[in-house]
Design a protein around this ligand. Structure first.
Ligand SMILES: [Zn+2]
Length: 206
């Protein structure tokens, strides 16, 4: 999937991601001009090279990988390659989210109907910086929600299996409070606030 299609509705967001990834030297003006197109071309080239090196996966996983910055795309593919010997199917169920997308899911169960799916408002989740993804483990059609100890153990085993292959990934299961077993993110060594400030001003954080 071309990055222009992923972020078509949010040019400013793409410019921020591209600038932080060292692919865009223009201004953060939210308008899709030649420099932005050049960044998109460079981004697509990197994405294609990574896909060629590590292979491609199911459509949902691919769609979510396409929403990550190039460095996180590579880590996600390395992760999935390492997970190939895992006895269950592993998919990436969510990836990067623009601020607008985060605001929409944050509203669910609050100002909008449905149950609460996230405690992170826009700009407070590493998903909003294109560096985090959530995985799902499936046994045939059965999705491991983590409701049982056996299912939680499967997420733990997946982390143990893949960790040596992708050392740059931090895992939500290591968090001290409210562990998030399906969650992986690129290690930045920065606080969320610092990453947010970097993204918004176009400074590198990956
Ligand atoms: Zn997550």
């Amino acid at each position: 999937m071309m990055v222009a299609a992923v972020f078509k509705k949010d040019t400013l967001f793409f410019q921020r991601l591209a600038k932080a990834s060292g692919l865009y030297s223009g201004s953060l003006d939210g308008s899709w001009g030649p420099l932005t197109q050049g960044a998109a071309d460079a981004w697509d080239k990197l994405s294609a090279a990574t896909a060629k090196t590590y292979g491609t996966f199911d459509p949902r996983t691919e769609e979510n990988i396409a929403s990550l910055v190039p460095k996180a795309q590579r880590a996600a593919r390395q992760f999935l390659v390492a997970a190939k010997v895992f006895p269950y199917t592993v998919k990436i169920l969510s990836g990067g989210r623009t601020y607008a997308e985060q605001t929409a899911i944050y509203a669910q169960g609050r100002s909008r109907p449905g149950k609460v799916v996230t405690n992170a408002p826009a700009g407070s989740s590493n998903h909003n910086f294109g560096i985090a993804f959530d995985v799902g483990i499936f046994d045939g059609k059965t999705y491991f929600t983590g409701a049982t100890k056996a299912q939680t153990d499967a997420y733990l085993k997946l982390r143990k299996l893949t960790k040596p292959a992708v050392l740059e990934l931090d895992w939500g299961g290591d968090w001290k409070s409210s562990k998030d077993y399906p969650h992986y993110e690129l290690h930045t060594g920065m606080t969320t606030k610092q990453v947010r400030a970097s993204l918004e001003s176009g400074r590198a954080y990956v």
